[in-house]
Design a protein. Structure first.
Length: 469
């Protein structure tokens, strides 16, 4: 039966069960088809504005390989969102009616460019994957899909502390626009409760029954889709040891492009960009852990201009995130030759500053490039002490406890926070991004970097900009 804009070729039963409609949202095949559909829709946008809109959209749907039931699932989901409390069965029947009436092209066009729908697809996809993973010992205990805050290239989940028993996992949905770019940084907040842990004795730090947290990223385009960071870890699956304390411990999982990632099932390593659709925090040790924070950062949009500065000889930001090198840290017996020292040791800093830069104690102030949009700050930094002692990890120098903040201070006195009190690693690359990419740098705007609690040694700095859109 043809409507005003044509129809799908096969008839649809009015008794179409929800299982053949809404359940498609949890299938990997379905979400993978959304990306080419959006691309096709964008490609025909100009054509559709001047010719037959419905026909052009139908061509886009067909070229994306969407089946009839996929289209119905997309429409049914939108109907449910617009009519809270509507049952899945009723939504699918209404979707079938829309399909028969020929309105499907317009409905799909609306959905394909709707970020909240894409997030719903990601959520269903993550849940479906989590259920399949339970047979491997990863018990699903919940999922969070509403972020506490986000920037143009990061998402933050701060939530009431949750106890994860060994083998339990808490899942997260990453906003769909961030899922198109590679992960470069993650932060977790966790701890072990001194009143619950079984492995420590009063006055001792050694934990005979450690609790650890494995944070993993879900990328459905990877063969082994749940993947963990291959940087310096405390246990299997890239896990970090949770300190026994009444206060939360913040851990940095930094520089993913350098350290790479590995499949949770296969253990096979890869340095391919990891595009996050979801994440999970799993209790991976013998004692429970308490978790309360997850931050995931992705690569900023490709820059139109980059300003790279190296102060420690041998520091390089590489090309497109690869082949980075550091001119200080463990390979230099825990020292940072030539670095700008932000903090208590700043009096001993011998770094030569570029024109317009100002360094005072723990603060560094830098002029920004007028007329462009600041998109990302990357810092090569570390906080190991220069005492050359052997630390608890067997490395050089007492472990530092510096925290770094990065702000843009506007000429009008306003301030935009790009990074707030983040832990500095012994050595590595940190990333800060603005909340949005819609404000050009004005004359007099400056970047302010501040170290608190300990000295941060800045080996290099890269500022990236994009042109105004």
């Amino acid at each position: 039966m043809a409507g005003p804009h044509g129809s799908w070729s096969s008839p649809v039963s009015q008794e179409l069960p929800a299982s053949s409609c809404l359940d498609r949202l949890g299938e990997m095949e379905f979400s993978q088809k959304l990306t080419p559909l959006r691309a096709n829709l964008n490609a025909i946008r100009d054509l559709a504005a001047t010719s037959n809109y419905a026909d052009a959209l139908r061509k886009a749907v067909a070229s994306a390989g969407l089946s009839e039931v996929h289209a119905q699932a997309m429409i049914a989901h939108m109907i449910q969102r617009q009519n809270s409390g509507l049952s899945p069965d009723t939504a699918c029947i209404k979707a079938a009616e829309i399909t028969r009436s020929g309105e499907v092209a317009e409905k799909i066009a609306t959905l394909a460019n709707d970020p909240s729908f894409a997030t719903s697809v990601s959520k269903a996809q993550v849940i479906a994957s989590a259920r399949r993973e339970e047979s491997d010992g990863n018990k699903f205990v919940g999922i969070l899909d509403e972020a506490s805050s986000r920037t143009s290239s990061s998402v933050t989940f701060n939530f009431p502390e949750r106890t994860l028993k060994p083998g339990e996992c808490l899942y997260f949905v990453i906003p769909s626009d961030l899922g198109e770019r590679g992960v470069n940084f993650a932060i977790i907040g966790h701890r072990q409760d001194p009143d619950e842990t079984k492995g420590t004795k009063p006055g001792e730090k050694w934990d005979a029954v450690p609790g650890t947290t494995s944070m993993q990223i879900y990328d459905p385009q990877q063969t082994d889709s749940w993947r963990y960071w291959e940087g310096p870890a405390s246990g299997a699956r890239g896990a970090k040891f949770a300190e026994v304390d009444h206060s939360v411990e913040i851990e940095n999982l930094y520089d993913w492009s350098h350290y790479g990632h590995a499949g949770d099932k296969s253990g096979k390593s890869s340095s391919k960009p990891l595009k996050p659709h979801g994440a999970r925090m799993c209790s991976n040790g013998k004692d429970p852990v308490k978790v309360s924070q997850l931050i995931v950062k992705v690569d900023a949009p490709k820059a139109d201009f980059e300003d790279k500065r190296a102060f420690s000889e041998g520091t390089s930001f590489g090309l497109d995130g690869h082949n980075k090198t550091l001119g200080g840290g463990q390979a230099f017996e825990g020292l940072f030759p030539g670095a700008i020292a932000l903090g208590y040791s700043s009096a001993h800093s011998k770094a030569k500053l570029p024109e317009g830069w100002k360094h005072h104690g723990s603060t560094l102030s830098i002029p920004l490039k007028e007329g462009m949009i600041l998109s990302e700050i990357e810092l090569a930094a570390g906080d190991s002490h220069s005492d050359k002692t052997t630390n608890s990890d067997g490395g050089w120098g007492t472990k530092g406890w510096a925290r770094l903040s990065v702000d843009v201070v506007r000429a009008d006195g306003s301030r935009d926070s790009l990074m707030s009190s983040e832990n500095v690693p012994p050595e590595g690359f940190l990333v800060a991004t603005p909340e949005s990419l819609d404000r050009k740098v004005q004359a007099g705007d400056r970047l302010v970097i501040r170290s608190d609690d300990d000295t941060t040694y800045l080996m290099g700095l890269k500022t990236s900009y994009i042109k105004g859109r």
